[in-house]
Design a protein around this ligand. Structure first.
Ligand code: FE2
Length: 290
């Protein structure tokens, strides 16, 4: 897989800084998209559900405190759509309809997704947006399966990936066309100006909780432009950059089309990774900057 160079203009950088997001059509070539999709297909085919019964749901944050979730900082784990398992831990639907996402160390461990996450093209883009030393900390292959794909509620990525100073940048790449009908990203322009509204932290018992005890409040996800949200519809290969404080969400996928995407969150290695973050890498598995 060759990675073609990709340039961003000063106007695009200014748009990102002003609006808190940037949409870049054709960031990933057709060849790259095909390779990333094929790799995910391999991962999904090899997935053994009975060994991974954990279900991840962004609407039920308490479930994220389980050890499976915390360990996924250091491995490649599978998270299922709510309701994908029956009472006996068996899949109720075919696995390609059951998996919500795969994560969170693909950028370091996967032989295809990893090199793409660290490609010169990606590094140049992140440096252009202001990261002095881009450091990938979290990666997710997002399946958003047809009919079963769940909603991702409004949130800010920096809540989950805290550095001092804040430096989280999200790179999300559509591997299939993402439109309103199959759960594209939505964002609130300029919402990053309001700063990060809360932190998802580890307590002294190694359990996750929201700083202040309650999740931050965000503008209701209206799925229409009148409410201040904009749809970030994206053809396959399009990259969406999100400032860490930009409020964003995606709707459930009730269509018959899947919506595969690959997302990597980068911070600046010059900033300090907070010890209260849920994501903590093992000492013998250090995070390495681009
Ligand atoms: Fe996000």
């Amino acid at each position: 897989m060759t990675h073609q160079p990709f340039g961003v203009t000063a106007e695009q950088v200014a748009f990102f800084q002003r609006e808190g997001y940037l949409v870049l059509p054709d960031f990933a070539s057709a060849e790259e998209v095909a390779a990333l999709l094929a790799r995910a297909d391999e991962l999904l085919r090899a997935f053994e559900p009975s060994a991974n019964p954990s279900v991840f749901s962004t609407t039920k944050q308490t479930e994220t405190s389980d050890e499976y979730f915390l360990r996924s900082a250091n491995n490649v784990s599978f998270f299922l759509e709510p309701g994908a398992l029956d009472a006996h831990g068996q899949l109720r639907v075919p696995r390609h309809l059951a998996v919500n996402k795969i994560g969170h160390a693909l950028h370091d461990l996967d032989p295809v997704l990893g090199p793409w996450s660290r490609s010169a093209k990606v590094a140049a883009l992140l440096r252009a947006l202001g990261l002095a030393r881009p450091l990938p900390m979290q990666s997710m292959y997002l399946c958003k399966p047809p009919v079963h794909g769940g909603v991702v509620v409004p949130h800010q990525d920096s809540c989950f990936l805290d550095t001092e100073p804040d430096s989280c940048h999200g790179l999300w790449v559509a591997l299939e066309d993402a439109g309103r009908e199959n759960g594209c990203l939505w964002a609130v322009p300029r919402s990053h100006e309001g700063g990060v509204r809360g932190r998802f932290v580890l307590d002294e018992h190694h359990k996750t909780e929201w700083s202040g005890g309650v999740p931050p409040e965000y503008p209701p996800f209206g799925e229409d432009s009148q409410s201040g949200w904009v749809p970030l519809e994206a053809k396959a290969g399009t990259a969406v950059l999100l400032h860490g404080a930009t409020v964003h969400a995606s709707a459930a996928n009730t269509s018959l089309a899947s919506r595969h995407a690959y997302s990597v969150h980068y911070v600046d290695a010059e900033a300090t990774w907070q010890p209260t973050n849920w994501l903590q890498r093992d000492e013998d598995f250090p995070a390495v900057a681009l």
